[in-house]
Design a binder for this molecule. Structure first.
Ligand SMILES: C[S@@+](CC[C@H](N)C(=O)[O-])C[C@H]1O[C@@H](n2cnc3c(N)ncnc32)[C@H](O)[C@@H]1O
Length: 396
């Protein structure tokens, strides 16, 4: 049937109404007229699939990636970048209004390198070649390169593809100047080292370091950060200093800072010059080891790290808390600790505006929402990073 797309959903799906029933259609832009078929019919919503485009939007562009119609990596690369930015902002405004009851008009910070920005890729093996997973399915798509990752990573993809990969389950390649390769499965370690040693700094095979160190260094601003195989690191290298500068700015100056979900300690270290004392909490042991190494590498004296679940911390009594949780946001226990503790300011860093808005609604009981800035850490994908600052009501 022929429909016109009215607007976008929070996850960039086009929305149209058929017999007053909301119908979501991927790969569409508001204003486009399309021929669709219904592929999933539920009580309140339908999901449609594009069969043909009848009137396309001026905001539609041809995709440059040869795997664009199969791989799920760049899910909105069909849209002009200026439009991606505009819609991301509109979506966050809508989410904040709907789930937190707050009207916002945030600045969105971005970088013009909308390809080649990623410092990490996770690949599977299919038919003896490295592969990505097809969008919305379990089908693997063989690739020779990925336009989202940097050139050094693409070079390694090509080298590994020259090997016999039968028996390999997963390959993770990460880094910018220094590169780490993490392989799981059956592969001859000598052959792997011979193939990669001129181009990589670290090779891990089935959790064992077989070449170089158990970490690589990524430099951001004045800091050098050690990244271990399992520790989290922001994936858009060009945007990290912009993001951390804003967190630095929002956090301000104080006596004590608590960096919750601190990963490899990167934010706490970046902010340590403005505080007497910084404490980082992180559940992943590998990441805490990297955080302690980062403390040493960067000569930071006033920071300490603890490996535990954030919700196990004792009473919060600090000037500023930075929280940077995974997509699921904060759990109830952590929210209650923030509400019951003494903390003048919370800087909330989030890659999921929906859980961010949900948590802000709960925190609003004791904190005033002050500001939000968006960072396009993930061009050509539907994701966006948000940084917000909240001030304790009783401290105003
Ligand atoms: C989005 S990352 C942020 C890392 C770091 N702030 C950065 O900028 O690189 C979230 C981190 O939270 C950690 N994490 C997840 N659940 C946790 C929990 N319940 N308690 C402590 N850390 C947790 C993850 O291991 C991960 O390192």
């Amino acid at each position: 049937m022929i429909v016109k797309i009215d607007k976008l959903s929070h996850d960039f799906k086009g929305i149209t109404r058929i017999d007053d029933k909301v119908t979501f259609v991927s790969d569409t832009i508001p204003g486009e007229v399309i021929d669709i078929k219904i592929i999933n019919e539920k009580k309140k919503i339908n999901e449609g699939k594009v069969i043909g485009y009848i009137e396309t939007s001026d905001d539609r562009i041809s995709e440059v990636c040869p795997y664009s119609d199969k791989c799920g990596g760049c899910d909105i690369a069909y849209m002009k970048y200026s439009k991606q930015i505009q819609y991301k902002k509109e979506i966050v405004c809508d989410i904040m209004k709907k789930y937190a009851g707050i009207s916002v008009n945030p600045q969105i910070i971005f970088d013009n390198n909308i390809y080649g920005y990623r410092n990490k890729i996770t690949l599977r093996v299919f038919d003896g070649k490295l592969s990505l997973i097809e969008n919305g399915s379990n089908i693997l798509v063989n690739i020779d390169k990925c336009l989202l990752v940097n050139n050094n990573i693409n070079k390694i993809i090509n080298l590994i593809n020259e090997m016999d990969l039968t028996g390999v389950n997963e390959v993770i390649i990460k880094g910018t100047k220094e590169i780490m390769v993490i392989v799981s499965g059956d592969l001859d370690s000598d052959k792997l080292i011979d193939k990669l040693k001129l181009d990589v700094d670290s090779i891990i095979l089935n959790d064992k370091v077989i070449y170089g160190n158990d970490y690589i260094i990524i430099s951001i601003g004045n800091f050098n950060y050690a990244i271990s195989p399992k520790s989290f690191f922001q994936i858009n290298t060009n945007m990290i200093d912009k993001l951390y500068d804003k967190i630095h700015d929002y956090a301000g100056i104080g006596n004590s800072l608590l960096d919750l979900y601190c990963g490899a300690g990167t934010i706490g270290i970046y902010l340590a010059d403005n505080f007497e004392m910084v404490r980082g909490i992180e559940i992943n042991e590998d990441a805490v080891n990297s955080a302690n190494l980062n403390k040493k590498i960067n000569g930071i004296k006033n920071i300490s790290f603890e490996c535990k679940n954030v919700n196990q911390i004792s009473k919060i009594d600090v000037d500023v808390v930075v929280v940077d949780p995974p997509r699921g946001g904060l759990d109830k226990i952590t929210i209650n600790k923030l509400l019951d503790g003494n903390c003048k300011k919370i800087v909330y860093v989030s890659c999921n505006p929906i859980t961010l808005a949900r948590d802000i609604k709960l925190l609003k009981d004791k904190y005033n929402f002050e500001d939000i800035t968006l960072f396009d850490m993930f061009p050509n994908t539907k994701h966006v990073e948000c940084v917000t600052v909240l001030h304790r009501k009783s401290f105003e």
